[in-house]
Design a protein around this ligand. Structure first.
Ligand code: K1U
Ligand code: ZN
Length: 190
């Protein structure tokens, strides 16, 4: 397993629409393992293949707390089949936009079809942090960033900051921090 470099805003690859995985073979499973190693190293709770510069529809998630056993999940060609009208708000971060967090409102529950690492089709109904994380990662597969869900003013401010840092070669390092106690997503205010 290898830790791969994560690409950062404003890398234009982050805006690509990733291509479906055609076959779940050894190469795809090795990529999933590398993505998990990269996510654990960052650390993060999710990672899409495009964040390691691979434009394929593949994402990994592990929501286990630090004191719990690892619980890696691999989603290949995930597709949102249904989203609830009910919405929730969570303070999101992104490994490709280090050290920036913002509250994002999304559907509270989703049903997702995907192919697992067993090569078989599955469906999952998710709520809470898993629903938020799945939507964040599936957005990545479509070239969408969590910044696209916040105000234009804040988005442009963050893009300006990262563009300047990239030009100066001073992109901030993602601070390595303990897996903090995560808040549950909370219902969106009307
Ligand atoms: O896709 C990514 O960039 C990973 C991102 C996933 C995510 C976080 C929050 C809401 C939705 C999706 C991250 O993992 S950011 C890092 C993070 O949340 C974290 C890092 C260390 C401990 C606990 C959380
Ligand atoms: Zn992200």
């Amino acid at each position: 397993m290898a830790i791969k470099p994560i690409i950062y805003l404003p890398d234009p690859k982050l805006r690509l629409v990733s291509e479906p995985v055609e076959r779940v073979d050894g190469e795809v499973l090795a990529l999933a393992d590398d993505m998990l190693a990269t996510m654990y190293d960052a650390p993060g709770i999710g990672l899409a293949a495009i964040q390691v510069a691979v434009p394929r529809r593949l994402l990994v998630i592990d929501l286990a707390k630090e004191e719990e056993a690892r619980a890696p999940q691999v989603f290949i060609n995930p597709e949102i089949l249904w989203s609830s009208d009910e919405r929730s708000v969570y303070e999101e971060g992104c490994l490709s936009i280090p050290d920036y967090y913002a509250e994002v409102e999304r559907p509270a529950r989703v049903r997702v079809a995907y192919i697992g690492r067993d090569g078989k089709s599955h469906e999952i109904e998710a709520d809470g942090l898993l629903a938020t994380c799945l939507q964040h990662e599936i957005d990545h597969l479509n070239g969408v960033l969590f910044l696209d869900h916040i105000s234009k003013l804040k988005r442009e401010m963050v893009i300006r900051k990262f563009t300047k840092a990239a030009k100066q070669g001073t992109l901030p390092d993602f601070p390595k921090r303990d897996k903090r106690e995560r808040q549950a997503p909370h219902p969106a205010a009307d």
